[in-house]
Design a protein around this ligand. Sequence first.
Ligand code: HPA
Ligand code: ZN
Length: 338
Amino acid sequence: MAIKNMMIDLIKKLPKAELHLHIEGSLEPELMFRLAKKNNVSIPYKDIEDVRKAYNFTNLQTFLDIYYAGANVLITKDDFYDLTWEYVLKCVENNVVHTEIFFDPQTHTARGVSFETVITGIKEALADAKQKYGITSCIIMCFLRHLSQQAAFATLEEALRFKEDIIGVGLDSSELDNPPSKFTEVFKKAKDEGFKLVAHAGEEGDFSYIYEALDLLAINRIDHGVQSINSAALMQRLKEEQIPLTVCPNSNIALKVFETYQQHNIKALLDYGLNVSINSDDPAYFKGYINQNFINLCEHLPLTQKDIITLVKNSFRSSFIDNDLKEAYLAKVDLALQ
Ligand code: HPA
Ligand code: ZN
């Protein structure tokens, strides 16, 4: 399907919010090489071409193995600053005016890099993004679900020192066999501490994982959630309650959640009336930032201009910003449409 220039223009000109972005997944190969050299960390690639060839995934786990190996090059506060700053520049390029980024503290603390090093680097880059470009942001820390709930409790404990910098907690990593129910108590504690709650659910795991995230973890948003299509009762509930699903099309294709863009169900979810948004997940690994996700979908699915506008407005509606800022951003979207 040839995508019309008009659609590309619309995608580019609309201010957007991004709600599902792993900062470690925005590590571009060029920066990976630079940091590997600087920090004397060995990486299993001889050049950038070699890296690109390795980014040939067959499922979530084959990606995660490479993603965690890549994160090993991140050591100092400046490394986390540079990582985040490069993503900020992509936000500018993609007209992302508000972003809620995930980080995985356990990936770094397990290597002896302190929680403080990680969060300070990220935070300083985001402060500069606000100052230089007016980009607003929040930080969400994710528990690695392949690790124990006890390890998640220890991470939550550490995070309390940085509570004012972290808006919420999430759940990521290997979904299959690590259902939300494994983390019921730690999410309860996080809620009591005042954190917003999100969880990856229904990416590779079936729709029962989405029910668990809703009923056991009491999450505010579902990350991915595309398997909801397999339960009529769940679809009805997600619609009624307008629970946000942060969908990541390029990721879903790269990790073979759907074989092709034509088979992606976002248009079906949208037509049913679910609150879905478009996000880039791990853009350095999945070939493209947020605009490219929109463009790839439009090339293969009959998304209308109205659909694009709904997806973009949903991104602001589902964000964790206060209502005044939400309204201001929604007004900016309308202004861009005039
Ligand atoms: N799913 C689960 N864990 C992740 C992902 C994802 O898409 N990206 C980074 N960690
Ligand atoms: Zn994700």
